[in-house]
Design a protein around this ligand. Structure first.
Ligand code: HEM
Length: 513
C-alpha cells in the first residue's frame, strides 16, 4: 500500500515539475531577444556579418544599440555577443554548466577533420576525458615542472637574437614550438626549417581562417555539407578536402615519431610517453590512445601561435613605448645589478615587468573573441530571452579596450597597472579574460604566462629594441596592425635588437653553459 502511495506522489511531483518547466519556458518565450542589427527575411543578418575584425563591428553594434549584449541571426543560427566583463562573468563563468559547449562547426570539425581539437569539442564526456589530460599536465602546480625547459629555451632565444636579430620572428616561433614539442612529444625540433613545425604551421593557417564565424556558410546551413564537390558554389568542399590532409599530418606525424622513439628506446619523457605508459590493463587501449593523440595534437595547435602572438606583441609594444622599455630595464638592473640573467624567482621583485606582460595581453590581445561558446538550454538574462543552441561570442577585445577600465586603451602603456612603484591591484587584470571563460578557460594559461613573463624579462635585461633604420638612415615606422583571425598576430614589422652592453653580450654567450 505504502509503495503505491509513494508511486502516486512521485508521479504527481514529476507532472508538477514538467508543468512548471513548461510554464517557465513559455514565459521566457514571451520575452524579447537582445537588440541587434535589423534582420532580413530568412537570411537574418547574413549580409551584415563581418568576416574580418568582427570584434570591432560587434563593439560598434553594442554602442549603437546601447546594450552590452546583442543578438544576431544568420540563416536561423542564433548568435549572442557579450561586449562587457559583467555579461561574460554572469553567463560564461557563473552559469558555465549551460554555456560550455561549442558550435557544431561543420566546416572545421566534420569536413576539415579538426574533430581531434579539444578546443572545438562539444561539452560532454569525451571533451571531459581530453580536458582532464590537459589539466593533469598543465595545471598551476604541474606547469612549474616546465620552468627549467622554458628557461633553457629563453636563453637559447637570447643567443639566436644576438646572432641574427633581423630574424626575430623566426626565433620567437622556434622558442614557442621548441617548448611545446618537447613537453608534448619529447621531440627536439630543428632551429630552422623543422619538418614537424612546418607540417603543423600549414594546418594551423587553415583552421585560423575557417573558425571565424561567418567565413563558411556551411557552418550556418549544415545541410550544405552533403553538396558534392563538383557542384557550382561548392568550392568549400574542395578546400576542406585539401585542408583535411594537413590536419591529419599535423596530428599523426609527431605522434608517430614519439611511438617510433619509444619503440627503439630513444624517447625523452613527455606528455605522450607518460600517458601512454599510464594506460592500465583494464582500460580500453584504443580509446585511451585516441585521447592522448588528440590532446597532444591540440597542445601544439592551441599553444604555439597564441604564445608567439604575445611575444611579438611585446616587441611591438617596446617600439611604441621606448619609455616603458627603459623603465622595465631600470627595474631589472636594480634587482640583478647587471650580474646575471633573470629567473622565475625574480617575478615578485619585478612588478614593472609584470605590468608590461599584462599590457601585452591587453593591448593587441591574442584571442579577441576567445573561442565562441554554445548555450545548451534556454536562458534569461537582463530580461532578454537567450535561446538554446545560440553561439555565444565573448568580445574579449571590447572588454580589454574599454576606456573606463583602461583609459586611452589603444596606447601601449604598462604604467596603467602601476601605482607608487607597485602593481595597482584596483586596475582589472587582463588575464581574467585574456585566457577565456568558465569551464573552457585555457588550460595552458600557466605555462603561457610563465613563458611570456620570462621572455619579456630576459629580452629587456640584455637587449635594446629600437625602430629599424633604412639604407638612407630614415626610421622605419612599424605598423601596429594585426592579422585578423581567431588568433591575432602582429603583421610583419622591422626593428633593431642590439645588446645593451658588452657585459650583456657576455651574459648571453655564457648562458649556454
Ligand atoms: C598567450 C598564450 C595563450 C592564450 C592567450 C590562450 C588563450 C586561450 C583562449 C582564449 C581559449 C578559449 C577559452 C574559452 O573557450 O573561453 C583557449 C583554449 C585552450 N587553450 Fe589556450 N591560450 C594560450 C596558450 C596556450 C598554451 C601554451 C596551451 C597548451 C600547451 C593552450 C591550450 C589550450 C587548450 C587545450 C584550449 C581548449 C580548452 C577547452 O576548450 O576546453 N593554450 N586558450
Amino acid at each position: 500500500m505504502t509503495m503505491i502511495y509513494l508511486d502516486i506522489i512521485a508521479g504527481i511531483i514529476s507532472i508538477a515539475l514538467a508543468v512548471l518547466l513548461h510554464l517557465r519556458r513559455s514565459q521566457s518565450w514571451q520575452l524579447s531577444l537582445p537588440p541587434g542589427p535589423k534582420k532580413r527575411f530568412l537570411i537574418g543578418n547574413l549580409k551584415d556579418m563581418p568576416t574580418s575584425f568582427e570584434w570591432e563591428t560587434y563593439h560598434r553594434w553594442g554602442k549603437e544599440h546601447d546594450s552590452d549584449i546583442i543578438h544576431l541571426d544568420v540563416v536561423g543560427t542564433s548568435i549572442i555577443v557579450l561586449n562587457s566583463l559583467e555579461a561574460t562573468s554572469d553567463l560564461l563563468d557563473k552559469r558555465s554548466s549551460i554555456y560550455s559547449s561549442r558550435a557544431h562547426l561543420s566546416m572545421v570539425r566534420e569536413l576539415m577533420g579538426w574533430d581531434f581539437l579539444v578546443g572545438l569539442m562539444p561539452y560532454g564526456n569525451d571533451w571531459r576525458a581530453h580536458r582532464r589530460l590537459c589539466q593533469q599536465t598543465l595545471n598551476a602546480k604541474a606547469a612549474l615542472h616546465f620552468h627549467p625547459q622554458v628557461l633553457d629555451a629563453t636563453r637559447e632565444l637570447l643567443r639566436r637574437l644576438l646572432d641574427r636579430p633581423e630574424d626575430f620572428m623566426t626565433h620567437l616561433r622556434y622558442m614557442a614550438a621548441r617548448v611545446i614539442m618537447s613537453i608534448t612529444y619529447g621531440i627536439d625540433i630543428l632551429p630552422d626549417g623543422d619538418p614537424f613545425v612546418a607540417v603543423a604551421e600549414d594546418a594551423m593557417h587553415t583552421v585560423g581562417l575557417a573558425v571565424v564565424p561567418g567565413t563558411f556558410l556551411v557552418d550556418f546551413l549544415p545541410i550544405l555539407k552533403y553538396v558534392p564537390e563538383w557542384f557550382p558554389g561548392a568550392g568549400f568542399q574542395r578546400t576542406a578536402k585539401e585542408w583535411k590532409v594537413l590536419a591529419r599530418r599535423m596530428v599523426d606525424i609527431p605522434y608517430g615519431e614519439t611511438i617510433r622513439q619509444i619503440a627503439d628506446g630513444s624517447y625523452k619523457p613527455s606528455f605522450t610517453s607518460s600517458n601512454l605508459d599510464r594506460i592500465g590493463a583494464e582500460q580500453d587501449m584504443a580509446c585511451q590512445q585516441r585521447i592522448i593523440k588528440n590532446t597532444a595534437g591540440t597542445m601544439y595547435a592551441a599553444g604555439s601561435d597564441t604564445t608567439v602572438s604575445a611575444f611579438a606583441t611585446f616587441i611591438l609594444g617596446a617600439l611604441f613605448n621606448p619609455e616603458a622599455q627603459r623603465k622595465g630595464q631600470a627595474e631589472i638592473d636594480r634587482v640583478l645589478h647587471q650580474e646575471r640573467l633573470p629567473t622565475f624567482d625574480d617575478q615578485e621583485s619585478m612588478p614593472y615587468v609584470t605590468a608590461i606582460v599584462k599590457e601585452v595581453l591587453r593591448w593587441k590581445n591574442v584571442t579577441p573573441i576567445a573561442i565562441p561558446h554554445l548555450l545548451e538550454i534556454d536562458d534569461v538574462y537582463k530580461g532578454y530571452r537567450l535561446p538554446a543552441g545560440s553561439v555565444v561570442v565573448p568580445n574579449t577585445w571590447a572588454i580589454l579596450h574599454d576606456e573606463v577600465a583602461y583609459p586611452d586603451p589603444f596606447s601601449f602603456n604598462p604604467d596603467r597597472f602601476m601605482k607608487n612603484g607597485r602593481l595597482d591591484l584596483t586596475v582589472k587584470d587582463p588575464t581574467i579574460v585574456a585566457f577565456g571563460y568558465g569551464r573552457r578557460i585555457c588550460p595552458g594559461r600557466h605555462l603561457a604566462y610563465a613563458s611570456v613573463w620570462i621572455t619579456v624579462a630576459s629580452i629587456l635585461a640584455v637587449f635594446d629594441i629600437t625602430k629599424a633604420v633604412d639604407e638612407n638612415g630614415m626610421i622605419i615606422e612599424p605598423s601596429d596592425k594585426v592579422y585578423t583571425g581567431l588568433v591575432c598576430l602582429p603583421e610583419p614589422f622591422k626593428c633593431s635588437i642590439k645588446p645593451r652592453s658588452k657585459e650583456a653580450e657576455d651574459y648571453i654567450l655564457s648562458s649556454e653553459q
